[in-house]
Design a binder for this molecule. Structure first.
Ligand code: XUL
Ligand code: CO
Length: 437
């Protein structure tokens, strides 16, 4: 490859579980079949531009520590162009088929909105060429409605109508760009759509306005022929004290109340799930049984910290339950597994980009194989079916069919009041899972 940014990194080979090479896959083989699909088709891995390319390794206590070859370029547009080329080199070497970005990750803001859009257009043209020559794809696009001070009170839920208008203009452009680059989804994470204190907040108006905004987005997308899937990404807090899209159930309530169910599915992130006091599996399961599982932001949060650490996922045990849900849902397409994850600040060398992604890709590949075996063997599913079998016969079936009410159930209970239950066997089930891992 000409003008490489990472000349010492080869295309990552598969070396198998015995390999000690951090720059080799132990489990991920893109063309390996698991059931009726290849690993690549099941997992649909995606790079998150904001963490992997634009992220500097700063934290609230320190400046950026990341060593990145494009950071020595001082002109912001030249740097943006170099970074985009580096992104495609990383995608190629890692065999990651997709990427995701916010508008402001890929091109710098200008003095005016017009200038900002011009900057964006230039990088988008370059991106389109790189997509065409590499075969890589855009999983989703989104707009950054939370970084600039104009969004201090939110964007679609700002108290200031001028901010609502500006945000609309920004999202209009971001949808156009996503469409132009063949994006398969468009994401709304409610960056600052929430409140800091109820003392200054009209929550009813803010939520109505958020719904108005999303309806306008859907209408505009259809007008320009964008056929991608719209996704909402829940998160309960951070940066605001309370984010409106706090978890999958809150999103479902919002989508139903405002008649948006036909247009939206949900993009679920592990770290957001645990901040909401749920497991990742709980959130995916809830989305699955409500028909709104759209895509996954695949990362891992620190259980001892109350904020969004966005770590690369390396916990196979948890990942098994993620893939179990994905397989039960019949897959993620057009969604995918987006590594919304950043390296720890001390992992600042360029190689860490590759080492980190290899670690996470192997985690999900291994988990996919375990989950597939588990589901094919059916031990867990059979146990659950047996546990609920009373609803498939006799009085249980009548309850399910809707042919009895309280009066009939009272008559039944009078005759059957000596009830016996059976053990839930949690420990036995956990031991079964361990046998597959
Ligand atoms: C923030 C977060 C975002 C979204 C995209 O916590 O997860 O990066 O994924 O805006
Ligand atoms: Co995310």
């Amino acid at each position: 490859m000409m003008n490489e940014f990472f000349p010492d990194i080869p295309k990552i080979p598969f070396e198998g579980p015995e390999s000690r090479n951090p720059l080799a896959f132990k489990f991920y083989q893109s063309d390996k079949k698991v059931g009726d699909k290849t690993m690549e088709q099941h997992l649909r891995f995606s790079l998150a531009y904001w963490h992997t390319m634009t992220g500097t390794g700063s934290d609230p206590f320190g400046v950026g520590a990341n060593l990145r070859p494009w950071l020595s370029i001082s002109d912001p547009m030249e740097q943006a162009r170099a970074r985009m080329r580096a992104c495609f080199e990383i995608l190629e070497k890692l065999q990651v088929p997709f990427f995701c970005f916010h508008d402001r990750d890929i091109a710098p803001e200008g003095e005016t909105l017009r200038q900002t859009n011009k900057n964006l257009d230039q990088i988008v043209e370059q991106t389109r060429e790189l997509i065409a020559s590499s075969g890589k794809k855009l999983l989703w696009g989104t707009a950054c409605l939370f970084n600039h001070p104009r969004y201090v009170h939110g964007a679609a839920t700002s108290c200031n109508a001028e901010v609502f208008a500006y945000a609309a203009a920004q999202v209009k452009k971001a949808i156009e760009v996503t469409h132009y680059l063949g994006g398969q989804n468009y994401v709304f994470w409610g960056g600052r759509e929430g409140y800091d204190t109820l003392l200054n907040t009209d929550m009813g108006l803010e939520l109505d306005n958020l719904a108005r905004f999303l309806h306008m987005a859907v209408d505009y997308a259809r007008q320009i022929g964008f056929k991608g899937q719209f996704l909402i990404e829940p998160k309960p807090k951070e940066p605001t004290v309370h984010q409106y899209d706090s978890d999958v159930e809150a999103c479902l309530n919002f989508l139903r109340k405002y008649d948006l169910m036909d247009h939206f599915k949900i993009n679920i992130e592990q770290n957001h799930a645990i901040l909401a006091g749920h497991t990742y599996q709980h959130e995916i399961y809830t989305a699955r049984i409500n028909g709104v599982l759209g895509s996954l932001d695949a990362n891992e949060g620190a259980y001892l910290l109350g904020w969004d650490t966005d770590q690369m996922a390396t916990n196979i045990y948890e990942a098994v339950f993620v893939l179990y849900e994905v397989l039960k849902a019949g897959g993620l397409e057009p969604g995918g597994l987006n590594f919304d994850a950043k390296l720890r600040r001390p992992s600042f060398e360029p190689d860490d980009i590759f080492i980190g992604h290899v670690a996470a890709m192997d985690t999900y590949a291994r988990a996919l194989e375990v989950a597939h075996k588990l589901l094919s063997a059916g031990e867990i599913e059979e146990f659950i079916a047996e546990r609920y079998k009373s609803f498939g016969e006799g009085i249980g079936k009548q309850i399910v069919d809707g042919s009895v009410g309280f009066t009939e159930l009272e008559t039944y209970a009078m005759e059957h009041d000596q009830i016996s239950n059976r053990s839930g066997r949690r420990e036995m089930l956990e031991a079964i899972i361990n046998r597959y891992i």
